[in-house]
Design a protein around this ligand. Structure first.
Ligand SMILES: Nc1ncnc2c1ncn2[C@@H]1O[C@H](COP(=O)(O)OP(=O)(O)OP(=O)(O)O)[C@@H](O)[C@H]1O
Ligand SMILES: N[C@@H](CCO)C(=O)O
Length: 292
């Protein structure tokens, strides 16, 4: 087997997981995309990073994108002699917008594209499985890979997902300080009450209907009892903004593991606290895809 002899570029979208009640199950791809170019080169590893994370991410084999590529090359049974990676990042890191899922998805799709015949040996199910194994939960990577709204679940050890088309305006409020996902997950209780589980089941089911057919239901459909309140102490400014927007009747949620806040509307950027950035976005129909 051999490697393609030209650079390959992919784009991977930001994603917002949970959307309120759909903890670890729902992910929405957003129109904010990282762009990564990879080329099989003579020897060694060269990583050039611009934009988000440029001051922080490592430039060696511990770089997340490279780790994802490496895992995919292992599954493909190939070892490139060397790699040159160029990352143009716009998804903020550690803010609940799926930066790690985008990096993992981009890395796996790039590795598959760089191997001649790679698509025949690593199908989309295997890509989702590997991405989920690396990320630790399926919601962000499912949406990052497929675009649209992903409903994701684990069957035994197998990652599964269904993609739905939805079209909704989204505003994302991003604070300056990150909260790592592993920290936010550590705040969750190991058990929840039957009543709270039932509450979320109804809201998550309603959310699909609201996003597809009836936006007037979004305020009820985005209620949650399984994760947001447990994480409030780690992101008090986010929780305050969440309450403020919801009191005003705006369907808002903590995006992913936080601390960004997502609202299902445009034109509310004035609500941003000082120092926060605001992105008015839509749903990305495209998942992680090769450009050109
Ligand atoms: N493009 C990237 N290149 C290299 N490393 C990255 C990249 N994106 C994310 N990472 C790594 O992942 C970390 C952020 O992952 P984390 O899961 O904490 O947050 P997130 O993915 O942005 O948010 P969430 O999972 O809640 O949506 C970064 O600190 C960095 O170590
Ligand atoms: N479902 C995950 C999403 C992380 O982005 C969590 O809330 O921990």
């Amino acid at each position: 087997m051999s490697f393609v002899q030209h650079p390959v570029t992919v784009q991977a979208p930001a994603t917002s997981a949970n959307l309120g009640p759909g903890f670890d199950a729902l992910g929405l791809a957003l129109t904010l995309r990282d762009t990564v170019t990879a080329e099989v080169a003579g020897e060694g590893l060269t990583i050039d990073v611009r934009g988000e994370g440029a001051q922080d991410v490592p430039r060696d084999a511990s770089h997340l994108l490279y780790r994802a590529m490496s895992s995919a090359f292992d599954l493909l049974g190939e070892t490139p002699p060397g790699l040159r990676l160029t990352c143009e990042n716009v998804i903020p890191h550690g803010r609940g917008l799926g930066s790690s899922a985008a990096a993992i998805s981009a890395g796996i799709v790039l590795a598959r594209a760089l191997v001649e015949g790679g698509h025949d040996r690593l199908d989309d199910r295997a890509v989702l499985q590997l991405a989920t194994d690396l990320e630790g939960h399926p919601d962000n990577v499912a949406a990052a890979l497929s675009g649209g709204l992903a409903i994701a679940w684990i069957d035994g050890a197998a990652a599964e997902a269904v993609r739905l088309d939805v079209d909704v305006d989204v505003t994302v409020f991003v604070p300056q300080e990150p909260v790592p996902t592993h920290t936010a997950r550590g705040l969750l209780p190991s058990e929840v009450s039957h009543a709270d589980a039932a509450f979320n089941v109804g809201r998550a089911a309603l959310l699909i209907a609201a996003l597809r057919d009836d936006p007037s239901r979004l305020i009820s459909a985005t209620e949650d009892r399984l994760h947001q309140s447990f994480r409030a102490d780690a992101m008090p400014g986010s929780y305050k903004l969440l309450r403020q927007l919801r009191v005003e009747g705006i369907p808002a949620v903590i995006s992913g593991a936080g601390p960004s806040v997502l609202a299902f509307t445009h034109g509310i950027g004035d609500a941003a606290p000082d120092g926060w950035s605001v992105h008015e976005l839509g749903v990305s129909k495209l998942g992680t895809h090769i450009v050109g």
